[in-house]
Design a protein around this ligand. Structure first.
Ligand SMILES: [Zn+2]
Length: 144
């Protein structure tokens, strides 16, 4: 590893830790996921899994099944950029767990060029799709 890539690796780990802290905002009980979008060394957006704005802060139904309208952390972070004057084109998204296929589609369409995640998921079709779209996908383990 050269100096630059080592520096980037340390930054990546730091952003992933921040995303993990951000996930604590989620009121979902089954799973808490956090995401940060970084562009030109600035955090331009953030997100955690939860219901859309204006909906009650309950993610699971009476059977502990996640409600169908719960947005994933990545979707929340990406749509937050869409509602701002920023652009996610060329940005990096840091997410605490591997993106699902639905979020992978959004990541591709939003122009994000790199995905860094810290927790593997049993289904990896999201990462496969990202790689097919030639998006750089990096898994980095963080120990808390
Ligand atoms: Zn997702």
């Amino acid at each position: 590893m050269n100096d630059n890539s080592e520096k980037q690796y340390e930054l990546d780990k730091r952003y992933l830790r921040m995303a993990a802290v951000w996930a604590e905002n989620s009121y979902c009980k089954r799973r808490q996921v956090g995401a940060l979008i970084v562009k030109d060394q600035m955090i331009i957006s953030d997100g955690y899994n939860g219901t859309p704005s204006g909906f009650e802060n309950v993610c699971e139904d009476e059977n502990n099944v996640t409600k169908p309208y719960v947005l994933h952390a990545e979707a929340n972070a990406i749509t937050k950029v869409a509602a701002s004057s920023n652009s996610s084109k060329g940005a990096t998204i840091y997410v605490t767990s591997a993106p699902c296929i639905e979020c992978a589609k959004l990541i591709i369409q939003s122009g994000i060029k790199r995905v860094v995640y810290s927790e593997k998921y049993r289904i990896d079709d999201g990462c496969q799709l990202l790689k097919r779209a030639e998006i750089c996908v990096d898994y980095i383990e963080i120990n808390e």
